[in-house]
Design a binder for this molecule. Structure first.
Ligand SMILES: Cc1cc2nc3c(=O)[nH]c(=O)nc-3n(C[C@H](O)[C@H](O)[C@H](O)COP(=O)(O)O)c2cc1C
Length: 403
């Protein structure tokens, strides 16, 4: 019989002991997943560089590592969203889950609705690093990330698979963008409507980012062409189980008053209708940030420095469109009070992004419980009564002219 060498036996013992310890840690971690996630992933999400932490959080959502929220939404948060019931009006803004990889895990966190994208027709790579900067003192992010997208086909297949999952009932919107290299951006949006119309709960025409449109002052004609085209594309779709898919238009916070008036007049045309507005994307104007270094860094600024500007724009658009379609308010929301302000200014729903990257998943429950308290303290029964109830207070003070 072959005799085992003492060094071999020792090695075997070491491997076996390490295996048993790992198994023990693994099982304990699995059983106490909640506390492990809270102890490790949540702080890491707060401390790591912006892009890394949002990638980590996305990964954790993709594999559903965050424990599902047990928070029961108060009835005063219940609302309807283009014909669907939602238990709360807090959604995730576009850009976090661009490719629709983590929708189930994000739903677990308690969002009322989730927007994926922006998605481009063809797969598109991200811009070179560094592209996302965390401005911790200002609770803000600067990003100059061109849209990295897996492309329509990969994303729509993911969404179809989700729809086939038993019990999956999340409200999921798809934010559409054209390819950077596209010579026909309008057909890119049309292709997005045709591809995602049958599987999305709503679609977003990301007008805020579209090439050359952020600062364009002669954009009215372009906007008419774009909205006529997407309406034509939608009219060719068969209605889904909730009717025709709603189309929303996402705006830049850098629009002048005249541009906002153009939007209001265009969307009132019968051929250019949209079902809602998203106000607003990140801003190219680097105001309200503390470090002068950031004033020079190119890219779109989001988070706290954007908050008031976006709330003022919500109030302005609410007034201009005369409450004809609902507004999703987004920009710098990090508390229930911030969300309440957006709703008082005219938003029916609120989205978050930057604060979520800073604070991690617990933010969703906190915002909801604070918002619910605000509603009750102010003597309202339901969030719907708050919409636009105080919009005049948030209108921007303008000296002269229309800028
Ligand atoms: C890193 C990053 C990526 C984003 N990507 C997109 C995008 O692909 N499409 C889009 O419409 N908005 C995108 N946004 C804008 C957000 O959806 C949101 O409108 C903006 O950040 C303001 O909200 P916040 O202050 O809560 O972040 C992005 C924002 C950030 C910070």
């Amino acid at each position: 019989m072959a005799q085992s060498h003492p060094r071999g036996r020792f090695r075997f013992l070491r491997v076996a002991t390490a295996g048993i310890i790992s198994l023990y840690i693994g099982l304990t971690a699995y059983e106490h997943q909640e506390s492990l996630i809270r102890a490790l992933i949540s702080p890491a999400v707060r401390l790591l560089p912006a892009k890394t932490s949002s990638n980590l959080a996305l990964l954790a959502c993709k594999y559903r590592l965050f424990p599902a929220s047990k928070y029961k939404d108060n009835v005063n948060l219940n609302s309807s969203f283009f014909g669907r019931h939602i238990s709360n009006p807090i959604g995730l803004a576009a850009g976090f889950d661009r490719n629709g990889e983590a929708v189930h895990g994000l739903k677990d966190l308690g969002f009322g609705f989730i927007e994926i994208g922006s998605v481009t027709p063809l797969a598109q790579k991200a811009s070179p690093r560094p592209r996302v900067f965390r401005l911790s003192d200002d609770r803000a992010i600067i990003n100059r990330n061109s849209i990295d997208s897996d492309g329509h086909q990969a994303v729509v297949q993911r969404l179809r698979r989700l729809r086939e999952t038993d019990g999956f009932d999340a409200v999921v919107g798809v934010n559409l963008e054209h390819n950077l290299s596209s010579r026909t951006p309008i057909s890119d949006y049309m292709s997005g409507v045709k591809t995602f119309g049958p599987v999305a709960d709503y679609l977003v025409v990301n007008y805020s980012n579209a090439k050359g449109k952020r600062h364009s002052t002669s954009s009215k004609k372009q906007l008419i062409e774009l909205l006529e085209a997407v309406n034509t594309a939608r009219s060719q779709l068969r209605p889904n189980r909730y009717g025709k898919v709603p189309i929303l238009l996402k705006l830049s916070p850098d629009m002048t008053l005249d541009e906002m008036k153009d939007v209001a007049s265009v969307i009132s045309m019968s051929t250019c209708q949209v079902d809602g507005l998203i106000v607003a994307n990140a801003t190219m104007v680097h105001k309200n940030v503390s470090g002068s270094r950031w004033l020079r860094e190119k890219g779109a600024l989001s988070g706290e420095p954007l908050r008031q500007r976006s709330t003022a724009m919500i109030a302005q658009m609410y007034q201009l469109i005369n409450n004809s379609v609902p507004i999703i308010g987004v920009g710098g929301v990090s508390s229930g009070h911030d969300a309440f302000e957006k709703i008082e200014a005219g938003a029916s729903y609120v989205q978050i992004y930057t604060a979520f990257v800073y604070e991690g998943p617990e933010l969703v429950e906190r915002i909801k419980s604070e918002l619910s308290m605000c509603i009750a303290e102010m003597g309202y029964e339901n969030i719907r009564e708050v919409v636009g109830s105080n919009y005049q207070q948030y209108l921007p003070v303008r000296a002269t002219g229309s800028k």
